[in-house]
Design a protein around this ligand. Structure first.
Ligand SMILES: C[S@@+](CC[C@H](N)C(=O)[O-])C[C@H]1O[C@@H](n2cnc3c(N)ncnc32)[C@H](O)[C@@H]1O
Length: 168
């Protein structure tokens, strides 16, 4: 079944940053690409349009051990990658590049850096050498597998609690 996803915000929401493209027919087929070249370590967006999410969904971003937000912007179309080029820093409420990004390059972040137990799992198509395959939340991945990656503080706390309980 194809789910029609009709944005409720004015598009484009981040014209200098995001150009949306479509890569296949059907649901979840859109992705954010860079409108311009962007240097590494640049703050490119914030979460100022976000609102609390009543429940987690494919579209929400987890911002604490219990809370989720809806982005209400074209940031929604940032796909997951196991080797991402931006971070969604939920403590600072900002999106930052982690390396230089070429114009037209897909904008991606690591969903496991924000999500503990996702509403909707998927088989990752990022194509990275270190691709983890099934993406369903950091809960399902050993802490050491994510050790070299940017991980938000709420996920680190949840990892610590899980690992401590496992040793008890
Ligand atoms: C927040 S949306 C991202 C935008 C989405 N591609 C769309 O068209 O609405 C998250 C969904 O996109 C898809 N997705 C994101 N990253 C993916 C990836 N690396 N491989 C396969 N599907 C992905 C999954 O269906 C996921 O549930």
């Amino acid at each position: 079944m194809t789910i029609e996803q009709v944005p409720h915000w004015v598009q484009p929401s981040h014209p200098d940053f995001i150009t949306i493209k479509t890569y296949k027919e059907g649901s979840f087929s859109k992705y954010a690409t860079a409108s311009n070249p962007i240097p590494g370590n640049t703050v490119v967006a914030d979460f100022s349009a976000a609102t609390p999410a009543n429940e987690k969904a494919y579209s929400s971003v987890q911002v604490s051990e219990t809370d989720h937000i809806e982005l209400n912007s074209d940031l929604l179309y940032a796909n997951h990658s196991c080797n991402p080029n931006v971070v969604f820093d939920t403590d600072k409420g900002e999106v930052r590049t982690v390396r230089d990004i070429r114009e037209g390059e897909p904008i991606t972040f690591n969903y496991l850096s924000t999500e503990w137990d996702m509403a909707q799992a998927f088989k990752c198509e990022c194509g990275s050498e270190n691709c983890l395959g099934q993406i369903q939340g950091a809960r399902y991945v050993p802490t050491k597998v994510l050790a070299d990656q940017f991980i938000n503080s709420h996920i680190k706390r949840l990892q610590q609690k899980r690992d401590a309980a496992g040793k008890a």
